[in-house]
Design a protein around this ligand. Sequence first.
Ligand code: LLP
Length: 418
Amino acid sequence: WPRTAAWIDGELRVGGVGVRELAAEFGTPAYILDEEEFHARCAQWRQALPDGEVHYGGKAFLCPEVVRWLDEAGLCLDVCTGGELAVAVAGGMDPARVVFHGNNKSLAELRRAVSWRVGCVVVDSFAEIERLAALADEAGVRQSVMIRVTPGVEAHTHEFIATGGEDSKFGFSLRAGLAAEAVRLVLAAPSLELSGLHSHIGSQITDLGGFTLAARRMADFLLAAEREHGVTIPKLDLGGGLGIVQRPGDPLPPRPAELVAAVREVLPAHVRLAVEPGRSIAGPTAVALYEVGTVKEIPGVNTYVSVDGGMSDNPRPAMYGAAYTAILASRSSQAPAREVTVVGKHCESGDVLVRDLPLPADVRPGDLLAVPASGAYQRSMASNYNHVTRPPVVAVRDGAARAIVRRETEEDLLRLYA
Ligand code: LLP
């Protein structure tokens, strides 16, 4: 639960605001974001790496207000599309503090990155090195780049979000010699400046082994490339991936400072460390708030508690088998607990938010359920499936609440149609 979470007579309050009041003012479903928690997590990473760079992974959750918070906290930003770059700029971030990722950036995206003077482009293919070099040359600028390397490390996480293994659409393989070839090509392009090497081994990782193994391989490769070409490569960016506690009993992930200390041990002294945490900043900051609509008991089989959102606002259980928890958040109950399945309102059986959840047996329509650890990859992955409107993100702090992303309306949905 976010740090300002408190319960008064069974009602959950976040940032000093009760969930009943939030539901009345903003409707449900809604993501309730604890601003203090967000700032604290930015500060924790900033302090863990005072002499390095912390780029927030914008894919976890991004909007202009968050960009302003990052700016205040002294964090930079990692984007992976032109859309994320546009939000960064709309939020007032200096493009010089943006790192631009992606395995298939379009020509238009690359052109914009060069003309907006994006701080660093992470090159991901031979074709892209060629395209970017030509665009920078045309614009008469020297574009700073990092090379994305796949270090051949299998992080212990879901295969869809493991990215550092040898067989990956991302980056240049170390073992197959492609990374070394990429270094040669970048160094040979007068319009490109090699500012560092990059790796990202996956997401929701809770042990340090994968990070230190990747760091060691990347450090060895960096030193070998420096020796071979007689250059200095000043930066090593180890990407994001630090996991969070999603529900009680999950393994405790290391703290940012522990991760930094562990990888520091294997880094050469002249190399500046950069990281790209997304989930470990945004994830724990928000709770998703839903209203119960129906409770369906199938005697001896199961009880389905249906809420007013589902796989459109949280696709993670269906996509990755992610396990969440939920609580009755709007009142106290003395009723004994029974196990239920919390489902959404979408037209398919896979639309399950929480399985085997003990909830008070008197849970009824109108009750509010709160799902913690909903700040990352939920609003940012939300869809309009079944033509539902995507929920708002409501920032709460010191007893005040405001929507930093408003609820989508039916007009928003209909606007696209011919
Ligand atoms: N840097 C790069 C290059 C990345 O690809 C990612 C995430 C990050 C940083 C941030 O990683 P984080 O610290 O958030 O783990 N949709 C999936 C997660 C996909 C992550 C993709 N890349 C999910 O809901 O679990």
